[in-house]
Structure formats: C-alpha cells, structure tokens
Design a protein around this ligand. Sequence first.
Ligand code: ZN
Length: 84
Amino acid sequence: MRTQAPLSALRADEGGYVRFECLSCPRTGKVPLATLHERFSLNEGLVNILNMLAREVCAAAKKKEAGQRGCGFCYRDLGRKPNG
Ligand SMILES: [Zn+2]
C-alpha cells in the first residue's frame, strides 16, 4: 500500500495558491499554500487534506459522510501529467 504524499510535498503555483477542481460538479477552488500549512501538519497526507476540504466546499461530498464518492474533488495540478 502506497503512503500518501505529505503536505510538505505539495507545491503552489506562481501566485502561492494550490488549485483544486471537481470532476463531478462545477466546483473549482484555490487555497493559499500558506493557509494549508497553518491548518494542517506538514506530515498530513494530501488525501486526508483533500477529503476535509471537499467536505467544506462540495455539496456532493457533504452528502456522503463516509467518503467522497459523489464528488471528484481533486488537486488540479497533481492529477495532470506535465506533458499531457
Ligand atoms: Zn464536487
């Protein structure tokens, strides 16, 4: 089983933001990396953080307490390969 990448591995864009998008609803979002660093430990897994954020911002995620299967909220820039 693969370990989650930690928050410390996450990089912000030029503006200092981490960008998110949802694959199953029109939600997009950006959060300053500094805010994530204030809220979460640098060792916190990126998946755990994403789940917490999804519950805050995505209506579909809120309805599914046990998981975010109704929501495709994800790290926009982590999901994309640099060349594709
Ligand atoms: Zn969503």
